[in-house]
Design a protein around this ligand. Structure first.
Ligand code: MRU
Length: 349
């Protein structure tokens, strides 16, 4: 199973450098929290669940070595490490969710510090294992909803390398392919950083799933010609009423899908749900360096004086979404009610 990162016995965090794919498969050896923060910021590791997992490992690497610290020193170190990791990317809530989980272990008032450090290592590994289990569950739930012989359109990369392994949207596609429900996959190239053309195409290639890459502006044409049966995407943050932040361009696809009567499926673990936010309006949208738009890889594609705008995500309102697939079950239309129920059931557990 393809995993984008794992912690070795000697506490080295081994991480696939996603910036180099698909041309080179480079594995980095990361030793400290500063390097983890940098890897998240630069999209060396990316995709909401993988960012959360990286943050958990980063937290552990950041407090490792504090075994003999006083409780006060340990507390201060936890705060600093949390601040550093939390400052890397604002949109994917999995990052903050993972930091919260790590901090709740770190805040144990009774256990001695050296034992807490050990527990934190185990907690980070558990976060990764739980995400993998969630991906496998979502794949089971989602694959059943894929129409027979489907031509599926996906955006960005919500695959194995964006999670603990297997993927969210691509997990559903993998499973549906295994069940022979899929004819082929349309892969949106996903400008500006080309996560579709570089990463999703690379994963499809590895799986032997037939696919074609399209430019982002081709989806409407394909839909109007009856060439898309379902859209399947991941998410970075889902509000309590089912609004979904995902890679820029997702909202346009949802509007197009609605216009053409095509089902629109979002696949994400419950760690991507932010129950504190009601509406998508309040989701912080990351704005990245304009160079990502002005250049394509290292080549400038605009006049030298050109300026650009580079929001990395957009918000798709709940009413445009047909299904939100989570590891706890599927929220169908209206997804706001479904999400409410999933959250209520979780409270009872
Ligand atoms: O900027 P990125 O590459 O981290 O954006 C990734 C996405 O938008 C994914 O669709 C989302 O995080 C889900 S990954 C399972």
């Amino acid at each position: 199973m393809l995993k984008p990162l794992y912690l070795r016995e000697d506490d080295t965090l081994v991480m696939l450098d996603q910036r180099k794919l698909p041309l080179e498969e480079v594995w980095l050896e990361i030793k400290n929290v500063e390097e983890v923060a940098d890897a998240i910021r630069t999209l060396t590791v990316r995709g909401a669940p993988a960012i959360g997992i990286a943050a958990a490992y980063g937290f552990y690497l950041g407090i490792k070595g504090c075994e003999n610290a006083s409780r006060e020193e340990f507390k201060k170190r936890c705060q600093d490490v949390t601040e550093l990791l939390a400052s890397t990317r604002p949109t994917a809530v999995n990052l903050f969710w993972a930091l919260k989980r790590m901090n709740s272990v770190a805040n144990d008032p009774i256990l001695p510090v050296h034992k807490i450090v050990k527990k934190l290592r185990a907690e980070a590994i558990r976060i990764q294992e739980e995400d993998l289990a969630a991906c496998l569950k979502m794949a089971e739930f989602g694959a059943r909803l894929i129409p027979e012989g489907a031509r599926v359109l996906t955006h960005c990369n919500a695959g194995a390398i964006a999670t603990a392994g297997y993927g969210t949207a691509l997990g559903v596609i993998r499973k549906a392919w295994e069940l022979k429900r899929i004819e082929m996959v349309w892969v949106d190239e996903t400008r500006p950083l080309l996560q579709g053309a570089r990463l999703t195409a690379w994963e499809m290639e590895k799986e032997g799933i037939p696919y074609r890459v399209i430019c982002d502006n081709m989806a409407g044409y394909l839909m109007s010609k009856g060439m898309v049966d379902i859209v399947v995407v991941g998410a970075d943050r889902i509000t309590a009423k089912g609004d979904v932040a995902n890679k820029i361009g997702t909202y346009s696809l949802a509007v197009l899908a609605k216009h053409h009567g095509i089902p629109f499926m979002v696949v994400a673990p419950t760690s991507t749900i932010d129950p504190a936010l009601e509406s998508g309006e309040s989701i912080p949208i990351e704005e990245r360096d304009e160079k990502e738009v002005l250049f394509c890889r290292s080549e400038r594609i605009t006049p030298t004086n050109a300026k650009a705008f580079n929001p990395a995500f957009d918000v798709t309102p709940a009413e445009l979404i047909t299904y939100i697939v989570t590891e706890r079950g599927v929220a169908g239309r209206p997804v706001c009610k479904g999400i409410e129920k999933l959250l209520k059931d979780a409270d009872k557990m």
